[in-house]
Design a protein around this ligand. Structure first.
Ligand code: KIV
Length: 285
């Protein structure tokens, strides 16, 4: 069977031109990345959403560069033939350019990412430009930017008013002009996401931003209902409920250990009778 090759930024732009949607999913470790690759995903995002869905924080703010490097390395080991993007965590790209590039270098050299993602608009365009000029592909992230959740006043849909729409469009153009090869649009109204997607030559990847984006991204744990009891949010479609499967499986294991149904003889190893005899001798009942 022919080994598939990882997508390139050029191929993603061509997919946009040809109207072929780009599929992206988050993954944070070896098995999740491996399964995503085997399922044929185009791009894996090692998102700082791992702070929520893996580490149990209520935001992405506590996620560190060490966390991102650790998880990126694991995901890359699981999906070496997939284009993997890693998030730059909270406030790691707002200081000196030198410090920013050191973080980028860690994600690429230690983590093995092929690209980095940064949240923000025109205010970070100079940083995006410097990173791309250093030879690193960048994905932008606009709309609901979770690292600014406290400034945005919560997880709200963005781009409902004409002012917000103008601002988002000009931010998208600034990030494109700075050299980004794609932009994630999170929780942006359908109409605005479609409008921005038409105005840009680079692909938009939507989450909660309607079907007219050039691609879609969902969080692994949301898509598979893994580890969350809450009903999926409006923009999430749950394609499986592995949380339920896992809970049921562990429940069965607990029951069988308590009742000594597990391990059965099939799951056990045996020694020769003469050794049993030697060990137990007369004591054997
Ligand atoms: O961190 C993340 O998973 C993301 C996606 C929600 C796009 O940024």
């Amino acid at each position: 069977m022919e080994q598939r090759k990882a997508l390139t930024t050029t191929k993603m732009r061509k997919m946009k031109q040809d109207g072929v949607p780009i599929t992206m999913i988050t993954a944070y470790d070896y098995p999740s990345a491996r399964l995503a690759e085997e399922a044929g995903i185009d791009v894996i995002l090692v998102g700082d959403s791992l702070g929520n869905v893996v580490d149990g924080y209520d935001s992405t703010l506590p996620v560190t560069m060490d966390d991102m490097v650790y998880h990126t390395r694991a995901a890359v080991r699981g999906a070496s033939r997939t284009f993997i993007v890693a998030d730059m965590p909270f406030l790691t790209y707002h200081g000196s350019l030198d410090a920013t590039l050191k973080g980028v270098a860690r994600l690429m050299q230690e983590g093995g990412a092929k690209a980095v993602k940064l949240e923000g608009g025109a205010e970070i365009a100079a940083t995006v430009k410097a990173i791309t000029e250093a030879g690193v592909p960048v994905v932008g992230h606009l709309g609901l930017t979770p690292q600014s959740v406290h400034q945005l006043g919560g997880f709200r849909v963005q781009g409902r008013s004409s002012e917000q729409a103008e601002k988002l469009l000009s931010d998208a153009k600034a990030i494109e002009a700075a050299g980004a090869f794609a932009i994630v649009l999170e929780l942006v109204t359908d109409e605005l996401a479609a409008w921005i997607s038409k105005q840009l030559a680079i692909p938009t990847i939507g989450i909660g931003s309607g079907v007219q984006c050039d691609g879609q991204v969902l969080v692994y744990h949301d898509l598979l209902q893994y580890g969350s009891d809450s009903a999926p949010r409006k923009f999430v479609k749950a394609y499986a409920n592995i949380g339920e499967t896992i809970r049921a499986g562990i429940g069965e294991y607990v029951k069988e250990v308590k009742s000594r149904a597990f391990p059965s003889p099939d799951h056990s190893f045996h020694m020769d009778n003469d050794v049993v005899q030697y060990l137990y001798g007369d004591k054997e009942e």
